[in-house]
Design a protein around this ligand. Structure first.
Ligand code: CA
Length: 173
């Protein structure tokens, strides 16, 4: 019994360290949107009991199709070249006809130069139930480091889609 307790203590220490290391990784970003209210003026931010985490989520609609999201210049993400990205968000559709993509886009001042989207229609979606949407991207090597990388949900339908709990992990060269 005593040995078992020691093993449990060691394991819990290991897992708490693993989590801490992840949040300290400069190439890892997460946002549960809980601390955005009052500090970020984004029309989609909504307070309600139906969030995936806490009380705050991003509600996309035909009127406000773009969710709250990530936006950073490539050179500020890493001094080296950003090579890969894995991104995810939790999504809750209101109907079976809800449409949209979880998007990673890279834009210069005037143009979109790279775009990857995970389309809801490729997933087995149950309306009213939170599920995690994931995407992956390998970035082209010839893009300017002053371009902006964005991750967001784009609602392309007529019905509301709720979004919460973003995670992004970059890999650099
Ligand atoms: Ca939340």
């Amino acid at each position: 019994m005593k040995n078992l307790l020691v093993i449990i203590a060691i394991l819990s220490l290991f897992f708490s360290c693993a989590k801490e290391n992840k949040t300290k990784d400069p190439l890892y970003y997460s946002n549960d949107l809980e601390n955005t209210i009052g500090w970020n003026d984004h029309a989609s931010l909504t307070v309600g009991d139906d969030a995936h985490s806490g009380k705050v989520f991003s509600k996309t609609t035909a009127e406000f199709p773009y969710s709250y999201g990530f936006h950073r210049t490539l050179k500020d993400i890493s001094e080296k070249r950003v090579k890969k990205a894995e991104f995810s968000a939790w999504v809750n559709t209101s109907t079976a006809n809800s449409k949209g993509n979880l998007v990673l886009a890279i834009d210069t001042a005037n143009n979109n130069i790279f775009w990857v989207g995970t389309d809801l229609k490729t997933l087995n979606v149950t309306p009213g139930k939170w599920f995690q949407v994931k995407g992956k991207a390998t970035l082209p090597l010839n893009i300017s480091k002053s371009a902006d990388l964005k991750v967001y949900f784009w609602n392309t339908g007529k019905d509301a889609v709720l979004v919460d709990d973003f995670e992004i992990t970059f890999k650099d060269l």
